[in-house]
Design a protein around this ligand. Structure first.
Ligand SMILES: NC(=O)c1ccc[n+]([C@@H]2O[C@H](COP(=O)([O-])OP(=O)(O)OC[C@H]3O[C@@H](n4cnc5c(N)ncnc54)[C@H](O)[C@@H]3O)[C@@H](O)[C@H]2O)c1
Length: 316
């Protein structure tokens, strides 16, 4: 299977995502775009020169886009478009501090995606994630299942890493899950977490689980505080690339994503972090993971917290 995927925004997140997608060697073409002239072209040239060493055939095409949509014809025929355009956080900033500035960027990008890649499945990563995902669906007018956001794969990966470190075990023996929003109302789901198949609560005391849950919730801010000049991108790009792969391969993988929820968990009419089965058309279905009463209450609380903000983005 050879397909085309586009990454909009050639910053840290976008360029590392393009690298991962190219190295999968399952696409014909990875298009990488940015508004900074020469940046996507230069990164594409550099990535293409790594092909003989890494041994992949996928070609990366760098394209500078203009304010009136110049260059966007490069997106034509893309099966998946990943939107990474927008400012990242600086130390002390919350994701919501990026709302207005990134809304303008993401709206313009989304309108061009709708025009030039009307059949694409869109994966949004720009922050604040839940709001930018809702905005992208509104601005593209795409069916809701064809627009989703990346948060849960990353948050879950962070949680898994912290549990593995705490117990001194391989990450491969740990399974964790986080749902809810990509922010303060993130809902880690310890009841679904296991270590070598054993419930997390049997191998770690409650106060240590709570501490790791807390660190997971602040996982992005911890990296931002250390870097001082931007936000995380290695784990985030791994997450977005994995989603794009599941879509491109029509794999049916069940992974945590920010998806439109319509009745599941008794929640309706909001983009929210849930587990979903991904395929060529985007979200095939939202999976109703069994939750404890407290976890379900947390998920409903997260839904209400993001619902009002998502409605507001229509005016941005
Ligand atoms: N969802 C997540 O889990 C997650 C994780 C990390 C970062 N993020 C978000 O991803 C976004 C990108 O982060 P980054 O580290 O790559 O930032 P960055 O500053 O390195 O790169 C952003 C890029 O977007 C480009 N850009 C701006 N306007 C554009 C437009 N209209 N069209 C195309 N490109 C445009 C900029 O020129 C820049 O190259 C941020 O909003 C960040 O908060 C999300």
């Amino acid at each position: 299977m050879r397909k085309k995927v586009t990454v909009v925004g050639a910053g840290f997140y976008g360029s590392t995502t393009a690298q991962r997608l190219a190295e999968y060697d399952i696409f014909d073409t990875v298009v990488l775009t940015d508004i900074i002239e020469g940046k996507p072209e230069g990164l594409a040239l550099d990535l293409n020169q790594s092909r003989p060493v890494e041994g992949y055939e996928t070609k990366v095409v760098g394209v500078t886009t203009g304010p009136a949509g110049e260059g966007y014809e490069a997106l034509e025929g893309s099966h998946v478009v990943i939107i990474t355009a927008g400012l990242p956080r600086k130390p002390g900033m919350s994701r919501m501090d990026l709302l207005e500035v990134n809304a303008k960027i993401v709206r313009q990008v989304a309108e061009n995606v709708a025009k030039f890649a009307p059949q694409a499945v869109v994966v949004v990563v720009s922050n604040p994630l839940d709001e930018m995902t809702a905005l992208t669906q509104m601005a593209t007018g795409f069916p809701r299942e064809r627009v989703m956001g990346q948060a849960g794969v990353l948050d879950t990966a962070r949680f898994t890493h912290f549990v593995a470190e705490e117990l001194g075990v391989a990450v491969g023996s740990v399974r964790t899950l986080t749902l809810g929003s990509h922010g303060d109302t993130m809902v880690p789901v310890p009841s679904q977490c296991t270590v070598d198949g054993r419930p997390l609560a049997e191998v770690l005391p409650a106060d240590r689980i709570e501490a790791l849950v807390d660190r997971t919730r602040n996982g992005g801010a911890e990296v931002v505080a250390l870097l001082k000049t931007g936000s995380a991108y290695y784990a985030p790009s791994a997450a977005a690339a994995r989603m794009a792969r599941a879509i491109a391969e029509d794999s049916g993988a069940v992974i945590p994503v920010c998806a439109w929820v319509d009745g599941e968990f008794g929640i309706s009419g909001v983009y929210l972090g849930v587990q979903a089965e991904l395929g060529a058309q985007g979200v095939r279905r939202v999976v109703e993971t069994p939750l404890t009463d407290a976890e379900l209450a947390g998920l409903r609380e997260a839904a209400e917290a993001v619902r009002a903000k998502q409605a507001d983005v229509a005016s941005l």
